[in-house]
Design a protein around this ligand. Structure first.
Ligand code: ATP
Length: 237
């Protein structure tokens, strides 16, 4: 393969009259962690959803592994190697931890055994609690489950929507360490959306800032952390 793993090229997305993404271009190389930071309503979640096909890109192109996936149905995009852990986690609260994980593998019809072993190695807590109802897990454990479920489809690109949301600092540290480990050990590429800009930019190789649907800045995590605009808008000055 030549070129980036994911390329978003001049993409526009809207909800009725609301322009949520306006001519957005970004890319993720194989083996990279890339973060997208921005305020509430900037369009971060929409970008991840548009990569997954819903809402669809109204203009522009999305390429994955060199193939044009613009306009493809979500299930086909997932089968092609993209998985998402959505904002708010969306786990099935009345089902067990194990059942939630197995659902992640169903979408792509892979043998769940090896993936399950990998997820349990990354998050031993999920193995201990595999028979427990997912709705009774702590917030941090539910986030582990959302990531674990996404990993079950053996993705090459993991989309993470605000994994730190509502979690205590120590728990966030654990989740971010798991993302770093996944990336370092298996070369998994990650596109991470975060409001916790400091932690996300430290973790990421590169980042982008999104403001009312437009990419405003791009750079390495370190470069963005040093930018006065970033410090002022996202790091409390
Ligand atoms: P947050 O951090 O609050 O999730 P975000 O950066 O992820 O914010 P989006 O959720 O992508 O932002 O929203 C981008 C814009 O699109 C906002 O103006 C939002 O109000 C609008 N929007 C999002 N979802 C819908 C929807 N289903 N219908 C109409 N407008 C929507």
């Amino acid at each position: 393969m030549s070129g980036p793993l994911l390329a978003v090229e001049n993409v526009t997305a809207r909800y009725g009259a609301v322009l949520a993404l306006d001519d957005v271009s970004l890319h993720v190389e194989a083996g990279e962690i890339v973060t997208l930071i921005g305020a509430n309503g900037a369009g971060k979640s929409t970008l991840l959803m548009t990569i997954c096909g819903d809402p669809p890109a109204r203009a522009g192109r999305i390429r994955f592994d060199g193939a044009d996936i613009t306009g493809q149905p979500t299930h086909r995009i997932m089968r092609g190697g993209i998985a998402q852990a959505p904002e708010g986690r969306r786990i099935f609260g009345r089902m067990s931890v194990l059942e939630n994980l197995l659902i992640g593998a169903q979408a792509v019809a892979v043998d769940p055994g090896p993936e399950l072993a990998r997820v349990f190695a990354l998050f031993p807590r999920l193995e201990e609690r595999q028979a427990q109802r997912a709705g009774t897990l702590s917030g941090g454990e539910q986030q582990m489950l959302a990531i674990g479920r996404a990993l079950m489809s053996r993705p090459r690109l993991l989309l993470l929507d605000e994994p730190s949301l509502g979690l205590a600092p120590l728990v966030v540290k654990g989740i971010f360490a798991a993302i770093r480990r996944l990336n370092a050990e298996s070369g998994l590429s990650v596109l991470l959306v975060e409001q916790n800009a400091q932690a996300a930019l430290r973790l990421a190789h590169r980042g982008y800032t999104l403001q009312t649907g437009r990419i405003v800045l791009a750079g390495t995590g370190r470069e963005l952390l040093a930018r006065p605009e970033v410090r002022e808008a996202y790091l409390g000055g």
